[in-house]
Design a binder for this molecule. Structure first.
Ligand SMILES: *Cc1c(COP(=O)(O)O)cnc(C)c1O
Length: 246
């Protein structure tokens, strides 16, 4: 078995054990493979081992890998911070966006979503760690934002996403995820998605109702941000067009 296939079976076993422990129905928790900084070849291996859903944080890197993997029926999730000038490409090239934290971004995604693709699945990212995080909307604003997004024509609001401050304290992990679930429960519209839990805290997230766990390190190994592993960058660097015209 390849390392990635081996990692996938270990993570799947952790998910299944957590689902049993929480007395939830099997099949309620999806495994979203977070492939940021990892090459298309690693994603191809994950696909061969059964993964269909991939999460990416950086638009240019993701678009490059989408070209390389165009022969595979993958489902693409955007999970990183979103600048306004990136919304068109995200609306055109992704199936899900987990990291919407303000109305302006949602409005642009709705306007720019090609009708032929059907509605774009949206999660609102909520900041449950206060000062510790700059991303995510304030918990006090989730209600207003959710109602506004639910009214936009080309989006389908699915639920909430959160990245609590990392901690080894299981009680604190549970408290943060329980807060996200309570915020979702208090919203006026029915929603079916809670995107929460990463490599180190997926058990607590599942105990508190996660429906997507977003797993990078435990599937693909540690990320090395110093090294440029982006195929898009490699392609540009080796292209004759990028050479100095001398
Ligand atoms: C990188 C990332 C993950 C994966 O984190 P790991 O700890 O590597 O599992 C999950 N969600 C988001 C939003 C990320 O940026």
């Amino acid at each position: 078995m390849s390392t990635i296939a081996d990692n996938i079976s270990q993570v799947s076993a952790r998910i299944a054990a957590a689902v049993r422990q929480a007395q939830r129905e099997p099949g309620q928790v999806g495994l979203l493979a977070v492939s940021k900084t990892k090459p298309a070849a690693a994603m191809r291996e994950a696909f061969a081992a059964g993964i269909r859903d991939f999460g990416e944080n950086y638009l240019q890197e993701a678009l490059g890998k989408q070209l390389e993997l165009a022969d595979l029926p993958l489902i693409w999730h955007f999970i990183g911070p979103i600048q306004s000038n990136k919304t068109r490409a995200i609306a055109e090239h992704f199936d899900w966006v987990h990291s919407v934290d303000r109305l302006k971004i949602a409005q642009r995604l709705s306007e720019q979503r090609p009708a032929a693709l059907g509605p774009l699945n949206i999660c609102i990212q909520v900041n449950v760690s206060g000062e510790a995080s700059k991303s995510g909307c304030d918990p006090d604003d989730v209600d207003t934002l959710a109602s506004a997004i639910a009214a936009l024509p080309n989006l389908r609001l699915r639920g909430l996403m959160a990245i609590p401050e990392p901690t080894d304290d299981i009680a604190l992990q549970n408290a943060a995820f329980a807060r996200v679930r309570a915020l979702q429960h208090d919203l006026p519209m029915p929603l079916d998605t809670l995107s929460m839990g990463m490599s180190h805290d997926l058990e607590a997230a599942i105990a508190q109702g996660a429906t997507w766990v977003r797993i990078g390190t435990a599937l693909f190994g540690a990320r090395n941000y110093g090294q440029d592993t982006s195929p898009a960058h490699t392609a540009v660097a080796s292209s004759p067009l990028s050479k100095d015209p001398s």
